[in-house]
Design a protein around this ligand. Structure first.
Ligand code: FEO
Ligand code: CA
Ligand code: CA
Length: 631
């Protein structure tokens, strides 16, 4: 164990270090499933794999000629890159809009290129490691709400500490650099810029007061020293993907919240809480943030219920900087990636959500009430039904309701321990559900299943076996795939759906089998680990990656992480942008006139974008040189 470089561990690897999974030992069963998988995929491969085939199943036949003629990409796709720059197609340009450490207010201190910034004022600057974002147009103002998922301890704490907080001030600085920024932006002669001191500018961080609402609010498991009522919370943790409601609010999704908690003594807790800690990866050491050593709120031996106040979807009104963010328990507690909100045929609110961990589940919430423009939105993200997905190998699937009858759990605990509820009803274990996006031109939704090296090898954190299954058809899946589903009756509220794989990433230069990828993967668009995803108004799907950018071995030819764009009808996928080496491309939103695209670059390498000093996570703007529409 001592040999592991913990700085290199992924979120899931941290959890498996703290909570080792038993190796699968039922090899006969794994092999048997692999054979039956050949039967399933075999039929598909006979026609050509991936989107072309599956597309024929879902979408009707499309001739190759028509596919070419129908290409809707108004640019020449770009090649892979391995450098520390951003590349976009000819006829497009980009510039940096906001960098980690940029002042949002004129009274905040400037950024130090060698050490970051001071503790004082660290809650008044653009935070680190941007992720999901959404744009809002309000009374003539353009607003961006954007997540700051995590922080790099080594480059934010004084040199020599090796990323270990020495005191409460160090912890406070880390807490301030994460969370959410709301900022006003404006386009002028020098392109888009942040409006410093705008009354809309706001930082939300790990200590910002929040409300807890919905069916689990007030439950004993949510009561803490800081809030004995169980209806309030401090801060939002590990803000990953995003969402936007039809009534103009921002949704920020708490993902790997567990890593911030630790214990200075063995917690004395009930069996139920212990089981929850185990399933959600809340351990005694955490992931090295060491909050628990300097801030008792994060010490589970003192505040065992504090982790239950995280892992939710949080609603923020970006137009009112005084508004109190709201944690919606109705949407369930897990490691939320994003929250894709659509309306059902009758106006009910449907929220699709993924739980990003190896072998965890896909969820859907359907409200009881309907959305009416200008009407009350009370309860639309809490009063309703939470479902979990079960996919069948025959291309069908069903949303299984999580109720006391189906799970044997009480209504509030179903939400607080949604993972255990999903296991109780036999939900399909997935290859790490990342972003979900719904096609505005068809009643269908897509989900990036980024990768899962444990598929067929180890159970999930709850002990559910993870044999290869329909939408997760490859053992030790290093490349990832995108599954899509079309609800029956063209209604997102329907209990059943048909599904197929839009693309299986791979490397056809290395593998002559399913690891080579589906037919819409070719020498011109190689990528791995699809993660961020958003549809534009034209019905094209933009895909961002967070994968292996070594450009070697199984990943040779993949280059840096990137953003591609796909045509859901033809299956065609082309490369639009490459990020700096070391970075993940994540977060995508458009200006209200659709002539600018905002793209997030998280944890870049080198000295990007300043060309000297520390690399800085940033948001860039991409435009056409002729100021044409970009989505
Ligand atoms: Fe924060 Fe699953 O990505
Ligand atoms: Ca992600
Ligand atoms: Ca990822």
């Amino acid at each position: 164990m001592q040999d592991i470089d913990k700085a290199m561990l992924s979120a899931d690897d941290w959890d498996e270090l703290n909570f080792p999974r038993p190796e699968e030992n039922d090899f006969d069963r794994v092999v048997e499933r692999a054979i039956s998988r050949r039967g399933f995929l075999g039929g598909a491969l006979a026609f050509g794999s991936g989107a072309a085939v599956m597309g024929a199943g879902l979408l009707g036949s499309t001739s190759a000629e028509a596919m070419v003629a129908a290409s809707r990409f108004p640019f020449k796709p770009i090649a892979i890159q391995t450098d520390f720059e951003i590349h976009v197609p000819e006829g497009y340009s980009h510039h940096v809009l906001a960098r980690w450490g940029d002042a949002l207010f004129s009274d905040s201190e400037g950024y130090d290129l060698t050490e970051g910034g001071p503790v004082d004022g660290s809650d008044r600057i653009f935070g680190e490691n941007t992720d999901g974002m959404e744009t809002f147009s309000y009374q003539g103002h353009e607003l961006i709400a954007i997540n700051h998922e995590y922080t790099n301890r080594k480059i934010n704490l004084p040199a020599g500490q090796d990323g270990v907080p020495a005191n409460a001030g160090d912890v406070l600085k880390l807490q301030n650099l994460q969370g959410v920024t709301v900022m006003e932006v404006v386009e002028g002669d020098n392109g888009w810029q942040v409006v410093k001191d705008s009354p809309f500018n706001r930082r939300i961080h790990h200590n910002t007061p929040m409300k807890i609402v919905g069916p689990a609010a007030g439950h004993d498991l949510l009561k803490t020293d800081a809030d004995p009522t169980g209806t309030a919370s401090l801060g939002t943790l590990n803000n990953c993907g995003s969402g936007k409601t039809p009534w103009g609010t921002y949704l920020t999704c708490e993902e790997n919240f567990n890593g911030y908690f630790g214990a200075t003594a063995e917690p004395e807790v009930t069996e139920k809480v212990t089981a929850g800690f185990s399933r959600y990866g809340v351990g005694t050491d955490g992931w090295g943030y060491d909050y628990h050593k300097h801030d008792p709120r994060f010490d589970t031996s003192k505040n065992p219920n504090e982790p239950h106040r995280a892992g939710w979807v949080v609603e923020i009104d970006p137009t009112d900087p005084e508004s109190i963010p709201v944690k919606h328990t109705g949407l369930g507690r897990f490691k939320h990636e994003n929250a894709e909100v659509v309306l059902a045929a009758d106006g009910r609110v449907v929220v699709y959500m993924g739980d990003d961990e190896r072998g965890e589940f896909l969820y859907k919430f359907v409200s009881n009430g309907v959305f009416a423009p200008g009407g009350s939105t009370e309860g639309l993200l809490d009063d309703g039904t939470l479902y979990v997905a079960r996919f069948e190998d025959d291309g069908t699937g069903a949303w299984i309701t999580l109720t006391p009858e189906s799970t044997g759990m009480d209504a509030a605990e179903i939400l607080i321990f949604a993972r255990q509820a999903g296991s109780a009803v036999g939900a399909t274990t997935m290859d790490r559900p990342e972003w979900i996006s719904a096609n505005p031109h068809a009643v269908e939704a897509y989900c990036c299943l980024t990768n899962n090296k444990n598929r067929g090898m180890k159970p999930n954190a709850g002990g559910d076996e993870t044999p290869v299954n329909g939408p997760n058809p490859r053992e030790t899946n290093k490349y990832g795939q995108i599954v899509r589903w079309r609800p029956h009756n063209d209604d997102h509220a329907a209990d059943t759906f048909d599904w197929d794989l839009y693309v299986m990433a791979g490397n056809p230069d290395v593998y002559d089998n399913v690891y080579g990828g589906s037919d819409n993967v070719n020498a011109g668009n190689l990528f791995n680990s699809p993660d961020g995803m958003a549809f534009d108004t034209n019905g094209l799907v933009w895909i961002q990656t967070d994968g292996d950018d070594s450009n070697e071995g199984e990943f040779a030819g993949h280059g840096n992480n990137q953003m591609l764009v796909g045509d859901p009808v033809t299956g065609e996928i082309v490369r639009f942008l490459t990020g700096p080496n070391g970075s993940e491309v994540t977060g995508l939103a458009w200006s209200s006139d659709r002539r600018s695209m905002f793209v997030g670059i998280q944890h870049p390498g080198g000295s990007w974008p300043d060309g000297e000093g520390l690399p800085r996570s940033s948001v860039i703007v991409v435009k056409r040189d002729d100021n044409g529409l970009v989505g």
